[in-house]
Design a protein around this ligand. Structure first.
Ligand SMILES: Cc1cc2nc3c(=O)[nH]c(=O)nc-3n(C[C@H](O)[C@H](O)[C@H](O)COP(=O)(O)OP(=O)(O)OC[C@H]3O[C@@H](n4cnc5c(N)ncnc54)[C@H](O)[C@@H]3O)c2cc1C
Ligand code: FES
Length: 265
């Protein structure tokens, strides 16, 4: 079920340079929220842009509160960073499709790049106990851009870091660790999940396809309406036509996307 509610902000904390964690009291929306889904929000503060802004749900207590993690990149996120506890935001959600492992899946290799990590942490929190193994590969430009304290929040999940400057974990792109991680995934039914930049998703979907593995990717395409009305979030569909990230996604089957058309390669 989808809700549109005036949500009180109970926490809005800077967790790293340009990165904030916001907790919102959203009532029943919290219990209906699943990993991969997003909220579309706006503030009534003067100066807020015309459109709402989408953010993946990072956690839900299942009772009345959700958290998002956001990076300040422009007008709306800058205004959000100035919100204080007790202020309200107009929140629509939960929207879109979610990451949920297939019934037969026993192991998951999840790949998160940059701000693609938060929904995968929510996935780990919700599903890791029910799976034999979850291996989360986290990629960022530098240590400073790794904002989620994953080891603290998800016990039992294997986490491997890749940074482009080598300041944490291995030096390089997170996709360099993907095939070795799939080779090491061992016995059982392996599933692949990913959220992050377009090229990273394409590479991940390709590696899963080579091995005949189920792959789900979250396409965080720039959005306007968030509900399938404006067609601004088009993603080329395999076989022709377009999918829309807000309504068909953001979590899509890796094979559903025409990666050549989408990445321009
Ligand atoms: C489904 C979904 C989930 C998202 N989850 C998160 C999240 O958990 N945390 C988070 O920090 N951000 C997330 N985003 C991105 C977030 O919505 C944008 O950063 C935000 O809308 C920027 O608003 P702004 O007014 O501050 O910046 P704007 O002025 O609108 O944009 C500033 C810059 O950011 C770029 N930008 C805006 N949206 C995106 C996008 N989707 N992908 C790549 N570049 C973009 C613009 O092109 C521009 O260069 C998500 C986006 C989608 C579609
Ligand atoms: S954002 Fe309007 S159709 Fe997806």
């Amino acid at each position: 079920m989808k809700y549109c509610t005036r949500a009180a902000v109970s926490r809005n904390e800077r967790i790293a340079e340009s990165f904030y964690l916001m907790e919102l009291d959203v009532g029943r929306m919290a219990s209906d929220s699943s990993p991969g889904q997003f909220v579309h929000l706006r503030s009534l503060t003067p100066g807020w842009p015309f459109l709402r802004r989408p953010f993946s749900i990072y956690s839900s207590d299942g009772e009345g509160s959700i958290e998002i993690v956001y990076k300040v990149v422009g007008k709306a996120t800058s205004l959000m960073s100035g919100v204080t506890p007790g202020d309200t935001l107009d929140v629509m959600g939960p929207l879109g499709t979610s990451f949920a492992p297939a019934a037969s899946t026993t192991r998951v290799v999840a790949v998160g790049g940059g701000m693609g990590v938060p929904p995968l942490v929510f996935f780990c929190r919700k599903y890791a106990d029910a799976l034999d193994e979850v291996h989360l590969l986290v990629g960022a430009k530098t240590t400073a851009e790794i904002v989620v304290p994953i080891g603290l929040v998800v016990e039992g999940v294997k986490v491997t870091y890749y940074t482009e400057d080598g300041s944490k974990g291995a030096r390089g792109l997170v996709t360099e660790g993907l095939r070795p991680a799939l080779d090491a995934a061992g016995e059982g039914r392996v599933e692949v999940m990913a959220c992050g930049p377009r090229d990273m998703l394409a590479e991940t979907a390709g590696a899963a396809r080579e091995r005949g593995l189920r792959c789900r990717v979250s396409v965080e395409e720039v959005m306007a309406c968030g509900v399938g009305a404006c067609l601004s979030c088009a993603v080329p569909r395999a076989g022709g036509g377009y999918l829309h990230a807000c309504k068909d996604g953001p979590v899509l089957d890796g094979d559903a996307v025409d990666w050549e058309r989408w990445t321009g390669e």
